[in-house]
Design a protein around this ligand. Structure first.
Ligand SMILES: Cc1cc2nc3c(=O)[nH]c(=O)nc-3n(C[C@H](O)[C@H](O)[C@H](O)COP(=O)(O)OP(=O)(O)OC[C@H]3O[C@@H](n4cnc5c(N)ncnc54)[C@H](O)[C@@H]3O)c2cc1C
Length: 348
């Protein structure tokens, strides 16, 4: 299922997409925001305005994009399929794996078995492979949940359809909105602090009227956006993370993306970390050495980076969910080493 969700692709991720040969395809479907604007939840008073379009390429060597996730996945799918039409098999749920000699054998719930030189498990925050590899450390509810929606721009008040990334800041709540698909749609993520997650599962369909109720005292532009969410276009997500791992590789098996290092979305770096992982992993596997040495090399480079971003993502809560504090200073200290990281060149 392709959820109607948007995603921020920061320069450190866009650099990786360019390296993988999908830079042109991505820039054709992505939106490049002009600025990042922070507003007070009720009055829309501007609390911070920071350049994106004029700064990112000049400072970090790559652009900052907003993209519909289905479009990003299509870019990647087309590139993989044109390289090898048989590379992807869907509908296989991993249940177990075993390393024997110089092979790894994977077993899927549908009865299919497969083997290879290495197993790279990128099965998300609830990774089965992680449970087998490092034991069962349950994901931790972080005390936040998110409603996510995608709204057609047509019919919205002109003030809502900005060429910027807009963050609306309140106490223990915030909303981020931005345009995707040539700004034909506005994507929003509305995050709320909460003591517990009571839904079954970790994401579910939701009703926009619940979001309107939760943000009833917010600015009319916010309410106009949320109220225009299509009937089947709103989802609710519990935000979970896990403590950073000391290692996530054993022999010929390793983890990648959220399976290895799930994090809060407040730096918009989760999928950026996954694509950085992919670039470093491919480079490591091309090095001299055995498969397990090269997987270990990949993990050694990535563990330090991703543990740092997990920490920054937790700290970034205060950038968004407190009205006090120097936002410009907090924003600046968080960004340079995050966006400047170059997975295509980092020493292995
Ligand atoms: C509210 C919110 C906003 C976010 N915003 C951003 C953003 O703006 N920018 C950003 O970079 N990141 C963002 N993220 C984080 C980002 O979504 C994740 O970090 C990213 O999706 C991780 O990619 P992944 O491939 O590791 O895992 P997933 O995207 O979770 O993919 C895992 C895949 O594995 C499959 N799978 C699961 N179990 C098995 C199994 N046993 N066998 C086989 N397959 C299996 C799943 O079906 C799924 O297709 C956000 C997250 C949230 C919750």
């Amino acid at each position: 299922m392709k959820l109607a969700l948007g995603s921020c692709s920061p320069p450190n991720a866009v650099r990786c997409y360019e390296h993988l040969g999908v830079g042109d395809a991505l820039s054709a479907v992505a939106v490049e925001p002009e600025e990042s604007v922070y507003r007070r939840f009720d009055t829309a008073e501007e609390m911070l305005r920071a350049p994106l379009r004029s700064k990112m390429l000049a400072t970090y060597g790559a652009r900052y994009f907003h993209v519909h996730r289905a479009d990003l996945l299509d870019c990647l799918l087309n590139a993989v399929s044109s390289n090898d039409p048989d590379a992807i098999a869907t509908g296989h749920v991993l249940s177990s794996f075993e390393e024997t000699g110089d092979r790894v054998f994977a077993q899927f719930e549908n009865g299919v078995a497969a083997d290879g030189d290495v197993l790279i498990a990128c099965d998300g925050i609830h990774s089965v492979a992680r449970g087998i590899l490092v034991g069962d450390d349950s994901p931790r509810f972080t005390g936040q949940f998110a409603w996510r929606g995608m709204v057609p721009s047509e019919g919205l008040p002109a003030s809502v359809v900005e060429p910027n990334s807009v963050s609306w800041l309140g106490e223990r709540k915030h909303i981020i909105q931005y345009g995707v698909r040539g700004r034909q749609f506005i994507n929003y993520v509305a995050i709320v602090a909460s003591d517990e997650w009571t839904e079954e599962g970790w994401n579910c369909r939701a009703s926009a009227s619940d979001v309107v109720d939760a943000f009833a005292d917010w600015h009319p532009d916010v309410l106009a956006l949320i109220a225009a969410t299509p009937e089947d276009g709103c989802y609710k997500w519990g935000l979970f993370d896990r403590e950073p791992l000391d290692n996530w590789t054993k022999g010929r098996v390793t983890l990648l993306g959220d399976a290895a290092h799930p994090m809060l979305p407040f730096m918009a770096q989760g999928s950026a970390m996954a694509v950085e992982d992919a670039v470093v992993l491919a480079r490591a596997l091309a090095e001299d050495g055995t498969a397990s040495e090269n997987l270990r090399r990949y993990e050694n480079v990535r563990r330090h980076r991703t543990n740092g971003i997990i920490k920054k993502s937790r700290q970034a809560t205060s950038l968004y969910q407190r009205l006090t504090g120097d936002k410009s200073e907090q924003r600046a200290t968080n960004l340079d080493d995050v966006y400047g990281y170059d997975a295509t060149k980092i020493v292995l």
